[in-house]
Design a protein around this ligand. Structure first.
Ligand SMILES: Nc1nc2c(ncn2[C@@H]2O[C@H](COP(=O)(O)OP(=O)(O)OP(=O)(O)O)[C@@H](O)[C@H]2O)c(=O)[nH]1
Ligand SMILES: O=C(O)[C@H](O)COP(=O)(O)O
Length: 239
């Protein structure tokens, strides 16, 4: 990718009240909303330092996230911002298309272990348009960073084990997808078990999200709820 590629980051952010429903069994609504905010702010602050991006669009109706997005110089898109993950990404892509921008890299707000260097590696691997690059989740189910140039090079559909369907969609568009795996980008936080994994992994060390989780007593909660066993089984032990 060259600087002339004109790639914009598109980050969809659901309103914080009601975010992270899949953590409802573990965290209170206030904790979930606070965690979502810490993660999104951490992700946006890191994206703001990525070299080679033309700009950042944050698709949101959340006033706190919009205020932070403005502070880091991002643009806010509100049209289509309540249309789910896919609808919101498409809303950002439409803005970029209307402005004849070169492409987009979309990432969710729940990958707080990502780094600017990882995103730069994804962008560096991206080919000349028409092109499609994807950085999957650690389990090869989710699509955690997706680059499309032009912004609508491949129809996107998140939320249902979308990684392999996105590879197929690219091929149907006549594009050979580029795959880039990076451990920080790969670690999205949806379920309690994801929190356990995040806290175990070296990539979370030094993140504000980890500090927040420790402050909120989440490591102990994960043990109490048996998401993390207190005495891990030894290899080969039955159970
Ligand atoms: N603007 C916008 N962003 C969304 C919407 N739905 C999801 N997102 C964003 O898309 C990314 C992935 O979100 P999800 O994992 O589906 O939702 P979540 O709130 O993080 O978690 P759950 O409530 O457990 O589904 C996050 O950055 C969300 O904020 C929406 O309706 N509008
Ligand atoms: O449901 C989700 O976790 C998000 O919408 C992300 O979707 P994905 O798993 O397809 O990346």
């Amino acid at each position: 990718m060259t600087a002339e590629a004109d790639i914009w980051a598109v980050v969809p952010v659901k309103e914080l009240d009601g975010a992270k429903q899949r953590l409802a069994g573990l965290l209170t609504p206030a904790q979930r909303s606070a965690l979502a905010e810490v993660m999104v702010v951490e992700v946006l602050d890191k994206i703001a330092t990525v070299r080679g991006l033309a700009g950042i669009l944050v698709v949101t109706l959340d006033p706190r996230i919009a205020a932070h997005a403005r502070r880091i110089g991002a643009r806010i898109v509100t049209d289509g911002a309540r249309e789910g993950h896919t609808g919101s990404v498409n809303a950002g892509a439409r803005v970029l298309l209307a402005e004849k921008r070169g492409g987009m890299i979309t990432m969710p707000g729940d990958i707080p272990a990502m780094t600017a260097a990882e995103v730069e590696a994804v962008l560096a691997a991206h080919q000349a348009a028409p092109a499609f690059t994807i950085a999957p989740a650690h389990d090869d189910l989710g699509s955690n960073a997706v680059v499309c140039s032009p912004p609508d090079s491949v129809p996107l559909r998140f939320g249902d084990n979308s990684y392999f369907p996105h590879l197929d969609a690219a091929r149907r568009c006549g594009i050979t997808p580029t795959v880039v795996r990076r451990p920080g980008i790969a670690m999205d936080i949806d379920h309690p078990v994801d929190l356990a994994m995040f806290l175990r992994r070296p990539e979370s060390v030094g993140t504000r999200t980890r500090a927040f989780l420790e402050e909120a007593g989440v490591p102990r909660l994960l043990v109490e709820r048996e998401v993390i066993p207190l005495f891990p089984r030894k290899r080969g032990e039955a159970g």
